[in-house]
Design a protein around this ligand. Structure first.
Ligand code: FAD
Ligand code: NAD
Length: 509
């Protein structure tokens, strides 16, 4: 079913060898791919050396297991024997050894908190820490995690009231500029989860409701006063004695990075071809979900492949490039559009490609560090995209051309291998004809001899030719996205050409 050749996998250019966040990954030995790891975990081999027992681990005991051949690591209070995993770790053995015999939670969160380690390492579980680990368990709110005594007043609060037919939960965010992108709500069965993003913090209302509610839910946001309401329709018109049972993370206000990723099941409603290997997937959010993915942010998709949860990031796009800027794009908030390249040896994309219309897939809350304000003051915007690195540019391009008044030029420099690989070429060319501020340049690394346009890969000379301020002192923003070496080289060349770090934004996970 899965097209995964065991020896040649991952290929030298595989995502498993190139870190998402720009970190260099080490070459894995043949037979040490994620798929090989999944096979080993299914083989029935005793990977902990404890013959299936789970033990309580003291800090002293943990500290003893600090060598490659005997390496235990604690993540969020659970201890794993990672020695069997060493050779399969895409970041290399040395990265894992940084947390040998210790609590690796913070390190793990910094590098790849979205990786589903519980599933990946379940056969390596030694047991729980006997005493509280140094890093706080996810979702809990120890005193030091609150914004601080003086800032404590900034912690949002909630209240609720009811009529015969409705339950209204009101959140006072104490944040002036609330908007729909900062409010993520899911209500499944009787479980309500409402997350409010306040800068780099997250406030959560999470309860098991007292009674059932209907599927459709409304979210009202009073932007200027920072009041958010979730309006739920009662299934039965009875009086509720209480809102419900608080769940573990209810009414907590913690750093966003410490909040676990939340997934909901979305239905695949259409799949259309963009190029020979790239498809546009349309996913429908559940009716009781309120979720808008901000410009430049990605979501994680999760699929269970051969019994293991595998997670990969994707950047939602618009269904098409709107040419008439007076009309907002058909974006109803109920659908997510993903433009995804299917790799013939890709673990995740092969499984994605096998999904049928009507099938469900898990989609996370959005993440990413791009801020609209970065582009709102720009006069010249340059978008350097390679392959599917085009995806974050789609919403950004639309936003810049529709809502950024001071923009004089927007130039997309789009790197691809061949003409057949260019995504939405027609739409981009039409847009360039329609809007004189917009220009697109295609650069091919493997053109046929008929190609009359530019060729090559990203280089200093190419960038000095294509990226130029429209005026000597104009405000510039240069956004880069593509394979990690492309992005890294691009940043270096731009810096050599005199652009500052503040003028460059790279899209990474
Ligand atoms: P893997 O199993 O990791 O790789 C298997 C095979 O794929 C390799 O053997 C190789 O043949 C091929 N392959 C993988 N990468 C490359 C490459 N760069 N060049 C040549 N061959 C390659 N992808 C999208 O299609 N759309 C998106 O919107 C998108 N958004 C992303 C957002 C972020 C923040 C990041 C970090 C990545 C994004 N990606 C996107 C990439 C995506 O997350 C996966 O890495 C990709 O789909 C490959 O997954 P896979 O498991 O199928 O491939
Ligand atoms: P690809 O292999 O088709 O290559 C497209 C172009 O990228 C090439 O023509 C070349 O000009 C350039 N390129 C490729 N490898 C290079 C290298 N080693 N050095 C310099 N330039 C290079 O690209 P693809 O298969 O579409 O891959 C797209 C990449 O973009 C993936 O790595 C994906 O993870 C990444 N991506 C990242 C995000 C994000 O937000 N961070 C979003 C989407 C895609």
């Amino acid at each position: 079913m899965l097209n995964v050749p065991p020896q040649a996998f991952p290929a030298p250019s595989s995502q498993q060898r190139v870190a998402a966040g720009g970190r260099a990954k080490v070459p894995l030995k043949p037979g040490r791919s994620l798929m090989d790891w999944i096979r080993l975990t299914k083989s029935g081999r005793d990977l902990t050396g404890l013959k299936g027992r789970l033990i309580e681990v003291t800090e002293d005991e943990l500290a003893k297991h600090n060598k490659k051949e005997d390496c235990w690591i604690c993540i969020r209070g659970f201890v794993y024997n990672v020695t069997p995993y060493m050779e399969y770790h895409p970041g290399g053995e040395d990265e894992l050894m940084k947390a040998a015999g210790a609590d690796g939670t913070d390190l793990f969160d910094q590098v790849h908190r979205w990786v589903n380690y519980e599933s990946m390492l379940k056969e390596c579980l030694v047991g729980r820490m006997a005493v509280k680990p140094i890093a706080a368990p996810k979702g809990m709110l120890p005193e030091k995690k609150v914004l601080g005594a003086s800032a404590r007043d900034l912690t949002p609060s909630y209240d609720w009231f009811q009529t015969d037919s409705l339950i209204t939960i009101v959140i006072y965010t104490k944040q002036k500029d609330m908007n729909a992108e900062l409010v993520i709500v899911d209500c499944q069965d009787k479980r309500l989860r409402g997350e409010i993003i306040v800068d780099d913090h997250s406030y959560l209302v999470e309860v098991d409701l007292d009674h059932a509610v209907q599927e459709d839910m409304a979210v009202n946001i009073a932007e200027k006063v920072g009041k958010v309401e979730f309006i739920l329709k009662k299934k039965d018109n009875i009086h509720w004695k209480m809102l419900g049972q608080a769940l573990e993370s209810h009414n907590t206000f913690i750093k966003r990075t410490e909040r676990g990723l939340f997934y909901r099941q979305c239905k695949l409603v259409s799949k259309t071809e963009v190029t020979h290997d790239t498809k546009l997937l349309c996913l429908m959010l559940p009716r009781s979900t309120h979720l808008c993915v901000p410009i430049g942010q990605h979501v994680y998709l999760k699929q269970t492949i051969a019994g293991t949860d595998v997670v990969k990031p994707y950047t939602p796009v618009l269904p098409f490039l709107p040419l008439d800027f007076k009309e907002p794009p058909r974006h109803d908030g109920a659908h997510l559009y993903l433009m995804i390249k299917i790799y013939s040896c890709g673990l995740f994309t092969q499984a994605l490609d096998h999904l049928q219309i009507g099938d469900y897939i898990s989609v996370s809350n959005p993440e990413g560090n791009f801020k609209k304000s970065q582009v709102q003051t720009s006069e010249d915007l340059f978008l350097l995209a390679a392959g599917t690195g085009f995806t974050p540019m789609v919403k950004l391009l639309n936003f810049a051309l529709t809502e950024v008044g001071c923009l004089r030029t927007v130039r997309l420099i789009f790197f691809n291998k061949t003409e057949d690989d260019i995504l939405w070429r027609n739409q981009l060319e039409q847009l360039a004809l329609k809007d004189e501020r917009f220009e697109v340049q295609f650069i091919l690394s493997q053109p046929t001899k008929d190609w009359v346009g530019k060729q090559g890969k990203i280089s200093s000379s190419l960038l000095s030719e294509c990226v130029k301020r429209s005026r000597k002192d104009s405000k510039v923003l240069i956004c880069i996205c593509g394979p990690t070496p492309f992005t890294e080289q691009g940043v270096q060349y731009l810096k050599d050409l005199g652009y500052s770090q503040e003028e460059i934004h790279t899209f990474t996970a």
